[in-house]
Design a protein around this ligand. Structure first.
Ligand SMILES: [Zn+2]
Length: 112
């Protein structure tokens, strides 16, 4: 199997609006589209996420939580390492991107 090298930074995250995974070149993105952003604000999920991220036990950017949620879905083995503190999110970004794009590619081929 050939390795795919991504020439851009890719942040995979779970959208707060639709609960699906998406990717962005920006690290602070929380929703996949304008419609999801509006939905997340209206249904309170954006506020709940921001409150969770601001808790003293976390104090992280809300996007970090959504990126960790994507890690849990794509690579539970790496999520365990994140929780144990043996790896950092930045250290596994390429592996998560690869897992995400492999999944996307698999579905593209199935539906084609
Ligand atoms: Zn969305």
């Amino acid at each position: 199997m050939n390795a795919v090298t991504l020439s851009f930074k890719c942040y995979v995250y779970v959208c707060v609006g639709c609960n699906l995974m998406a990717s962005s070149e920006r690290s602070d993105v929380l929703t996949c589209c304008t419609r999801c952003r509006v939905r997340a604000h209206r249904n309170g999920s954006m506020k709940a996420l921001r409150e969770l991220a601001a808790r003293p036990m976390f104090r992280v950017h809300p996007a970090t939580i959504q990126q960790c949620a994507a890690v849990q879905r794509l690579r539970p083995d790496l999520a365990d390492k994140l929780l144990a503190g043996t790896v950092e999110l930045d250290d596994i970004r390429d592996e998560i991107s690869s897992a995400f794009w492999s999944l996307v590619w698999k579905h593209v081929r199935v539906s084609a």
